[in-house]
Write a protein that binds this ligand. Structure first.
Ligand code: FM0
Length: 323
C-alpha cells in the first residue's frame, strides 16, 4: 500500500445523454450514454491516508471544504476503504483546471480523478473497467471520464456490468466549441432534475426508447467516421432530453435566451457549409461538436454575439493520468 495517490482526469460532454437512474444509490442509469472526453477542463486530486488524521479533510482549489461537501467525499472514499480494509482517515486535495471566466464545474472529472487517486493510495490497483464502476458511484458522468476520446457507458443489467468502455480515440479532426452563457437563475442540479423528470414526465419512456436507437446509430457513425450523422444524432438526442424536462410536472428548463441564440447560430453556420452541431446539459451553456480544423471559423462567428473569453475551443482529451 502506498498511502498516497495522485491523478488527473478530464471532463466529458455527452453526445447521447445520461438522464435518469434506475438505482439511485448504486447510480445505475436508465440508458446507455456516449461522450467525448475534452482536454480543456480537468481535475487533479491527491489522496493521502494516514493514522495521524482524526477525520477526513477535503481541500478544493486550496480551500478547506465544509462538513456537507466533505461528507460526500468521505462516503465515496469509504468504497475504497471497505474494499481494501483500511481504517485510516484521508486528506484529499483537489484542484479544478478551468479555462478563465468559464464557470465550468464538473463532477465527472472530479470523481474520476478522486477514484483514480484512491485506487493508488489504497493499493487496490483496479483495472480501468472496475475503476469506472467505482467512479460511477460518485457521479454517473464520472464513469466515462476514466477513458479518453469517445466513450460509452453501458447501462448494464446489474451493478457489476454498468461500466465504461473506450470506443475511439477521436483523433480524426474532432473538436468542440463551448459557449459559456451566464445564468442569473438558481440552478437545478442534474441529480435533482433527472429524478424529477423520471418521476413526473410522460415523455420519459419515449426518451429511453429513443436512446436505445440513438446510441447504436451513434456508434455506427463513429465506426464509419461519418461526422455528419454523428452530429445530427447528437443534436436530436440533446433536444429530446430537454423535451423530457418541458414535459415534467412542474416543468423546468435550463435554457437562457442566449442559449437559443447560440443554437440558431449553429444552424446558420451549417447552412453556410460548416458542419457543426449543438448539445446542452443541465445548464445554459451550449457545446458545439465540430471539426477541430473549423473551430476558429465557428469562434469568429460566435464572437459577433458573445465575448471572446466566453468561447472555448477544445480537442479530444485523454483518459486518466497518474501523477
Ligand atoms: O453527462 O446524479 O453525472 O450524460 O450532464 O451525479 O449521477 O452530474 F445533461 C445532463 C450528468 C447529466 C448528461 O449527470 O449526475 C450526461 C448530464 P449524477 P451527473
Amino acid at each position: 500500500m502506498n498511502n498516497r495517490g495522485k491523478a488527473r482526469a478530464y471532463g466529458n460532454i455527452a453526445l447521447i445523454k445520461y438522464w435518469g437512474k434506475r438505482d439511485e444509490k448504486l447510480i445505475l442509469p436508465m440508458n446507455s450514454s456516449l461522450s467525448l472526453t475534452i482536454e480543456c477542463f480537468y481535475t487533479e486530486t491527491e489522496v493521502i491516508f494516514s493514522d495521524s488524521f482524526n477525520e477526513d479533510y477535503f481541500y478544493l482549489n486550496g480551500k478547506l471544504q465544509d462538513k456537507l461537501s466533505t461528507r460526500k467525499i468521505s462516503d465515496f472514499i469509504d468504497l475504497f476503504r471497505k474494499a481494501a480494509n483500511i481504517n485510516m482517515k484521508a486528506t484529499v486535495k483537489s484542484t479544478n483546471f478551468v479555462p478563465t471566466a468559464a464557470g465550468l464545474a464538473s463532477s465527472a472529472s472530479g470523481f474520476a480523478a478522486l477514484a483514480a487517486a484512491c485506487n493508488v493510495a489504497s493499493g487496490l490497483n483496479l483495472d480501468h473497467r472496475e475503476l469506472s464502476m467505482y467512479a460511477r458511484q460518485g457521479s454517473g458522468s464520472a464513469t466515462r471520464s476514466i477513458y479518453g476520446g469517445f466513450v460509452e457507458w453501458k447501462r448494464g443489467t446489474n451493478e457489476k456490468d454498468s461500466y465504461a468502455i473506450p470506443i475511439d480515440d477521436a483523433k480524426w479532426d474532432i473538436g468542440m466549441v463551448i459557449v459559456i452563457i451566464n445564468s442569473k437563475e438558481k440552478k437545478i442540479s442534474s441529480r435533482e432534475g433527472m429524478r424529477h423528470t423520471v418521476l413526473t414526465s410522460p415523455f420519459y419512456k419515449a426518451w429511453v426508447e429513443s436512446c436505445e436507437r440513438d446510441i447504436e446509430e451513434a456508434k455506427l457513425a463513429i465506426k464509419n467516421r461519418d461526422f455528419e450523422s454523428l452530429g445530427l444524432i447528437t443534436e436530436r438526442n440533446g433536444l429530446m432530453m430537454h423535451a423530457t424536462m418541458l414535459g415534467a410536472s412542474p416543468p423546468f428548463c435550463y435554457w437562457e435566451p442566449d442559449s437559443v441564440l447560440a443554437m440558431k447560430l449553429v444552424r446558420e453556420l451549417r447552412k453556410e457549409g460548416i458542419t457543426c452541431y449543438f448539445t446542452m446539459d443541465a445548464g445554459p451553456n451550449v457545446k458545439i461538436l465540430c471539426r477541430l480544423s473549423e473551430s476558429d471559423k465557428i469562434k469568429n462567428r460566435l464572437k459577433e454575439f458573445f465575448r471572446e473569453e466566453k468561447i472555448i475551443i477544445t480537442g479530444p482529451g485523454p483518459g486518466i493520468v497518474l501523477l
